[in-house]
Design a protein around this ligand. Structure first.
Ligand SMILES: Nc1ncnc2c1ncn2[C@@H]1O[C@H](COP(=O)(O)OP(=O)(O)O)[C@@H](O)[C@H]1O
Ligand SMILES: [Mg+2]
Length: 305
């Protein structure tokens, strides 16, 4: 049965992804979720990929870039903060090695990967989708359709080229000098890794995506596009979190806040209509920023309490 609450959703899936534009509250929602799950007794791992706002700041302790760090202030919780700059080196290195043969023939331009930090970080966090040590793995960034498409590009090219080589004997004789069994096998393994990740992401029995947005025009439009785009990869988005909704009790006749809230109301109505099929959860704008386990627990209560 399809879960009808955020709580039902996160309790029934292992891999939880939080997506959305920069600054909307992905890291906050992911860490609040991780803390809440850990409090419920689930062995939980949170994987962050943000280069600037790190988990270290949120949990107020140093968190490793490759090794899992036990969070001191909370039982059942570990974290890792992937460094996208380093991840990029690893990914690019692997791709370059594989592509060397092809690029001598076709030029490096054709096969160069449009490798942004986001892509490289995704490539690294894929490895945590094989996790068997934890009950829950929370990712503070969900891949976008754009990322998935860019990631698949070298495979499209290389697949095309190796098909050409394999299917056309005369070409294979001409191209014989680059036809390297190992290279083709590496490429196949890499492609399989990518396919497996996309399959895992779209497997609704284990993975759940939540998109975080603010009740404003641009995030609403972007979220709609993101849902559509992920859909082309077979990835469904079962829930959205509408963050920073101004609480009614603070309005008290203040015209500025009233206007701001009226604007939010307009978009809340649009959100309800556009995303009527999804689980929708509102999180109020808090009177401070959110870090530290105590604040996270407050957010967790709003989301799952
Ligand atoms: N509901 C909220 N009320 C108050 N501050 C919030 C709320 N949600 C997020 N914030 C703050 O907004 C900033 C951006 O949130 P963050 O989770 O880092 O966004 P993202 O990961 O999407 O870039 C942080 O300083 C965070 O503490
Ligand atoms: Mg973040």
């Amino acid at each position: 049965m399809k879960p009808s609450t955020m709580r039902g959703l996160v309790e029934s899936k292992k891999f939880l992804f939080f997506g959305g534009k920069g600054g909307v509250g992905k890291t906050t929602m992911a860490s609040a979720t991780a803390s809440w799950l850990a409090d419920q007794g689930y062995r939980t791992l949170i994987v962050a990929t943000d280069p600037t706002v790190s988990l270290s700041a949120i949990y107020e302790q140093d968190i490793g870039e490759t090794d899992l760090t036990v969070i001191n202030r909370q039982e059942n919780l570990c974290g890792v903060n992937i460094n996208p700059k380093k991840a990029m080196g690893v990914f690019q290195g692997r791709m370059n090695d594989m592509m060397e043969g092809f690029s001598t023939l076709f030029g490096s331009e054709l096969l160069s990967t449009p490798c942004t930090e986001e892509i490289a970080a995704f490539d690294q966090f894929v490895s945590y989708m094989g996790d068997t040590e934890h009950d829950k793995v929370v990712f503070d960034t969900a891949p976008t359709g754009h990322t998935l498409r860019e990631l698949s590009m070298p495979f499209d090219w290389s697949g095309y080229i190796s098909n050409q080589i394999e299917s056309r004997k005369e070409l294979s004789e001409v191209l014989g000098f680059i036809y390297d069994e190992n290279m083709i096998n590496d490429l196949r393994a890499e492609k399989e890794r990518y396919d497996q990740a996309v399959r895992a992401l779209s497997d609704q029995t284990t993975s759940a995506f939540s998109l975080v947005l603010l009740p404003e025009k641009l995030p609403v439009d972007e979220t709609e596009r993101a849902v559509e785009d992920l859909g082309t990869f077979g990835i469904k988005v079962p829930s959205i979190i509408i963050n920073e909704v101004i609480p009614r009790e603070v309005l008290q006749g203040n015209w500025f806040l009233e206007r701001r809230r009226a604007t939010q109301d307009k978009y809340l109505a649009i959100i309800e209509e556009k995303f009527s099929e999804m689980i929708r959860r509102e999180v109020p704008l808090f009177d401070t920023d959110i870090y530290g386990v105590d604040s996270l627990r407050k957010v967790g209560k709003v989301l799952y309490g």
